[in-house]
Design a protein around this ligand. Structure first.
Ligand code: GAR
Length: 211
């Protein structure tokens, strides 16, 4: 009997890694036909690396270089090489706080996904939960999308709404969005790993229309 190789994930994050943990847990529970091939961070002390270590999953810090919001050329090459060596099928951005540019995007075209803490196209960019609160919207949420050359602008794979309550602070709203992210991201990654997602231009369709 031949065992088909599992769908390999490369996860990139800069923060505490709660979305990575949500994905790793559904994989460990056997609910997603995928494996975490490599976790990379641009922040040496990031919680996401500690979470990977605790689970015995391959992880590395790769220094981002001299820029604040993107990888420099050497760093970009090092990230691409590490992910190619790990033979990843999909790159999962889980709180990776740098914009990915040309050579990286070309190396993994159509195979990079991100989670953003708003209902895109509303509130792209930083602190999206705070932008939503300041704008006064009554609902916000989170979006999983493919990554293109723009900022939070790629085709939308899945979204989940959360209400904005009258007494919300940025912290309480962000916590509610985070909880929604932990439901949505594993579902979207699972659908991609199972081959249930098809893309035509900006329209992303799923065989399971619940997303
Ligand atoms: C998440 O809320 C994610 O949506 C956000 O960073 C957080 C990471 O949390 N990403 C962005 O804002 C990207 N523009 P985590 O490290 O606990 O998964």
């Amino acid at each position: 009997m031949t065992v088909s190789p599992k769908f390999r994930l490369g996860v990139l994050g800069s923060g505490k890694g709660s979305n990575f943990v949500a994905i790793a847990e559904v994989i460990a529970a056997g609910q997603v036909p995928a494996e975490v091939a490599l976790v990379l961070s641009d922040v040496e002390s990031a919680g996401i690396l500690e979470q990977a270590k605790q689970r015995g999953l391959p992880h590395r810090f790769i220094a981002p270089g001299k820029f604040r919001t993107k990888l420099d050329e050497d760093a970009e090459r090092a990230y691409v090489a590490a992910l190619q060596e790990a033979k990843v099928d999909l790159i999962v951005l889980a709180g990776f706080m740098r914009v990915l540019k040309g050579d990286f995007l070309r190396a993994f075209e159509g195979r990079i996904v991100n989670i953003h803490p708003s209902l895109l196209p509303s509130f792209p960019g930083l602190e999206a939960w705070k932008q939503a609160l300041d704008h006064g919207v009554k609902f916000t949420g989170c979006t999983v999308h493919y990554v293109d050359a723009g900022v939070d602008s790629g085709a939308i794979i899945g979204q989940q709404t959360v209400p904005v309550l009258d007494n919300d602070t940025p912290e309480t709203l962000h916590a509610r969005i985070h909880a929604a992210e932990h439901e949505l991201y594993p579902k979207c990654v699972a659908a991609i790993a199972r081959g249930e997602i098809s893309v035509q231009g900006r329209r992303v369709r799923s065989r399971d229309s619940a997303r």
